[in-house]
Design a binder for this molecule. Structure first.
Ligand code: CS2
Ligand code: MN
Length: 354
């Protein structure tokens, strides 16, 4: 069991994280490195030392982001792929075995509201497709900036905003098939290095799992994940199975997807969280409890236990509760409650099985 920690600037301390029952380590990254640049060994060693001093390990790196030039297949991809390889080699030197990344054009996860109030006064991240239709990318950035109270949210860095018009132009002629070809090229370059370093690469599904603003999005369902694992048919080419990202698409049967890719040994990392489907393409996040959302967390945890899953798990996002102030989706309290619940499901199901 792990917890995402955003480094020194995270309001949540390693001390508090280490007090969550059943925690082994953190999922983290070097937040200040611009996408495409090399992560230096000295900085990684320092990060590791800091985390270790709280009796925690760095279990997973999330994410080493992929430069847009790689996704677009532009000439500079060569340089950025070489940098990516160097970063992987440096990560292996501090003992990292799992690296999460995503291949979403321009935006990482996308929401139309970061503070949607629920009846109980908690707030959650939500996505309303009607709102998105009437919002342009600049307005969306304003929503994110307002909701985040100017805390820099990964995936929503200010430098992305300044480049947004250019990026949209660059993606105008990039089809889904082009994006697949660029992903294949990236994996053909990266996976041999990952293999040599003993690192499992774990792609995070697109969140939400469908196209937004007409941009291609390709990692959205079982079929696309099947295609992904075959692009480079090597066990180091695997998946971050995120229930909350695949969940908004009602035809994604998460437990069956877990069983399918688990049997293939291709799930290298698990994000477990719940969402409430409102209508086709609209949803909001919820507490982890099955009855609060649309996903059955019992069936999800059971599927992981049945496949003998031995990789790392983390709760993903949480609600903001108990007047906590901080990065929307990444507060301490509700994610810690999520862990307690997942621990309970895990203990109950494993004991039942015996
Ligand atoms: C999150 C992502 O949307 C989600 O479910 O887990 O922010 C995730 O961390 C990144 O997309 C991974 O690259
Ligand atoms: Mn996730």
């Amino acid at each position: 069991m792990t917890f995402r920690w955003y480094g020194k600037d995270d309001k949540i301390s390693l001390k508090h994280i280490s007090q969550i029952p059943g925690i082994n380590g953190v999922v983290t990254s070097l937040m200040h490195i611009n996408v495409g640049e090399v992560w230096k060994l000295e900085e990684l060693l320092e990060l590791k030392k800091n985390v270790n001093s709280y009796n925690l390990n760095i279990e997973v790196i999330e994410s080493v982001n992929v430069h847009e030039d790689i996704k677009l297949g532009l000439p500079l991809k060569k340089k950025y792929i070489e940098n990516y390889k160097t970063t992987l080699r440096n990560l292996s030197k501090i003992g990292i075995k799992t690296v999460c990344y995503n291949f979403m054009p321009i935006f990482d996860w996308t929401r139309t509201d970061l503070e949607k109030p629920l009846k109980d006064g908690s707030t959650v991240l939500s996505f309303d497709n009607e709102t998105l239709k009437n919002t342009d990318a600049n307005q969306l950035f304003d929503i994110i900036k307002k909701g985040s109270k100017d805390i820099i949210i990964p995936g929503w860095e200010i430098d992305r905003l300044s480049a947004i018009e250019k990026l949209f132009k660059q993606y105008e002629n990039v089809s889904e098939e082009d994006l697949w070809a660029n992903l294949k090229h990236f994996l053909e370059e990266i996976i041999p290095v990952a293999k040599e370093c003993g690192i499992n690469m774990a792609i995070h599904p697109d969140d939400p799992p469908f196209s937004i603003f007409g941009l291609p999005r390709i990692i959205t369902c079982k079929e696309s994940l099947n295609r992904l694992v075959k692009l480079v048919d090597d066990s180091h080419n695997g998946i971050t199975l995120c229930s909350g990202s695949l969940g908004p698409n009602k035809s994604n049967d998460i437990p069956s997807i877990i069983r399918h890719f688990g049997a293939m040994g291709r799930i290298h990392f698990a994000h477990i969280r719940n969402i409430k489907q409102i209508s086709n393409k609209s949803f909001h996040e919820s507490s982890h409890l099955s009855s609060d959302g649309s996903l059955d967390l019992y069936e999800i945890v059971k599927a992981y236990i049945d496949i003998g899953f031995k990789e790392h798990v983390r709760p993903d996002h949480g609600r903001m509760i108990w007047d906590e102030k901080g990065m929307p989706g990444y507060g301490l309290y509700d994610r810690a409650l999520g862990i307690a619940y997942l621990n309970g499901l895990y203990e109950a199901i494993t004991k039942e099985n015996k």
